[in-house]
Write a protein that binds this ligand. Structure first.
Ligand SMILES: [Zn+2]
Length: 444
């Protein structure tokens, strides 16, 4: 008898719209072809029975990853980043337009990205474009080349080739993006409210140089500009919980606004940053515990839409790992391979169910980016699947990370949750044969 499907997976806990259910999932041609109650008797050419301690999740979608390739490939590359993603259960990555050279601020910059990734894609990859002062007339062309949207900064980004937009330029850019119903994603910190970080091994000086007001002021400006222009905007890596009431009010008003936060803001806190531990430096900064509590509240109330890593590594040298100088170190946390266990471990402690965390890291970012076939286990969707053991203990050994550099604030942490297998389009990821596809905005 010919089997119904290429592959059937069966488990007691399969992630669905109502949480976890006992189910069978049939996969054909790389897509989910059937979801049925456990015992329905789907047949597959291959079959996978989940163990009692395992759950079946949709592949994670990480819409905030800096791969830095080409041009700063020594920081991270497509090969290492997408292998790390695969090991961490992330099957879709959207690459940020800066830190690579050239940046993705033109169609030729986008072509350079595609070329650099060829032969090195272990998971599916899409690209964000960038909006900088001198390319605002070219955004439509880049939109037509099907980037998922445009990233801009409201203050210096850290690299000279990706300058920020001034207040007037932000409005111009948003008006342009609104004209073709695109999406602007914004690094929102107010330049007038931040100061240069002092040198030294203490975290407090760096933290004080980027106060919460820097974020709340910039978020308010972005909201005003979105209201004026009608553009759809997304706030990147929200750290300051003081911004949440502004965001909630803007949404109540009908402004098209979405928001993300990151694992480090949800799990690390300023008082626990070890002296000289520049692996914790990022912008905006990791703040105090009460701020962290309010970010969790924001997620649970739906004011924050999703959790993505903002994986932004550099070399150990640029991280000033040796000197531990917070003033000099590159700002960026590396966590692509660890996002799910990191967030789940803290969620578990807080009594937040796994299905909720999973939605923040799958359907949440997929919806922001408009990836309609990713992030959910449902008929017609991509068969990107993760077999995860939520209770397994994991001690983070940096030597086992696939990231190009093993610098991470989670080194030595004991976490819950192990990614056992990652499937992309119905096939278990083969680390000797990269099979990730390129993803384009609006493509089915
Ligand atoms: Zn970033």
């Amino acid at each position: 008898m010919t089997p119904d499907h290429d592959l059937v997976l069966r488990g007691q806990r399969v992630h669905g719209p109502q949480g976890f259910d006992p189910a069978e999932v049939g996969v054909s041609g790389g897509r989910i072809a059937a979801v049925a109650p456990l015992g329905a008797g789907l047949t597959g050419a291959r079959e996978i029975e989940l163990d009692q301690d395992e759950v079946l999740l949709p592949g994670l979608v990480d819409s905030h990853v800096h791969i830095n390739d080409p041009g700063r490939t020594e920081w991270e590359g497509f090969d290492t980043a997408t292998r790390a993603a695969a090991r961490g259960g992330v099957t879709t990555v959207i690459d940020m337009p800066l830190n690579s050279i050239p940046p993705t601020t033109s169609v030729s910059g986008l072509s350079a990205k595609v070329a650099a990734s060829t032969g090195s894609r272990y998971v599916d990859i899409g690209f964000w474009g960038g909006a900088v002062p001198d390319n605002l007339g070219d955004l439509r062309e880049l939109h037509a080349a099907r980037v998922f949207g445009f990233k801009c900064f409201t203050l210096p980004s850290g690299v000279d080739e990706f300058p920020p937009l001034g207040a007037g330029e932000l409005r111009t850019a948003l008006a342009e993006v609104a004209s073709f119903d695109g999406l602007m994603i914004v690094h929102a910190e107010d330049p007038g409210s931040v100061s240069g970080a002092p040198s030294g091994r203490g975290y407090e000086g760096f933290l004080a140089s980027r106060p919460p007001e820097a974020e709340t002021r910039a978020v308010a400006q972005v909201i005003d500009a979105a209201r004026e222009t009608g553009a759809r905007v997304h706030i990147l890596h929200l750290s300051a919980a003081d911004s949440l009431p502004l965001i909630a009010a803007a949404r109540a008003e009908g402004i098209r606004l979405t928001v993300e936060t990151c694992p480090h803001y949800l799990t690390l806190s300023a008082d626990a940053v070890p002296e000289g531990a520049t692996s914790h430096k990022c912008c905006p900064p990791i703040r105090d515990r009460s701020n962290q509590d309010r970010l969790w509240q924001g997620l649970l109330e739906g004011v924050i839409d999703c959790v993505v890593t903002d994986h932004s590594p550099s070399t150990a040298e640029l991280k000033h790992v040796e000197s531990g100088d917070f003033g000099a170190a590159w700002g960026g946390v590396a966590s692509l391979q660890l996002g799910l266990p990191v967030v789940w471990t803290e969620a578990r402690r807080r009594g937040v169910p796994l299905e909720t965390v999973v939605s923040w890291m799958t359907a949440g970012p997929a919806d922001v980016a408009g990836l309609s076939e990713k992030g959910r286990i449902r008929v017609g969707g991509a068969a990107d699947l993760v077999i995860f053991s939520p209770d397994a203990a994991l001690t983070v050994d940096p030597a086992r990370l696939e990231h190009r550099h093993p610098v991470t604030p989670y080194a030595g942490s004991t976490l819950h949750g192990a990614v056992r297998r990652t499937l992309l389009a119905g096939e278990e990821i083969d680390f000797s044969r990269p099979a990730g596809r390129l993803l384009w905005r609006g493509e089915p």
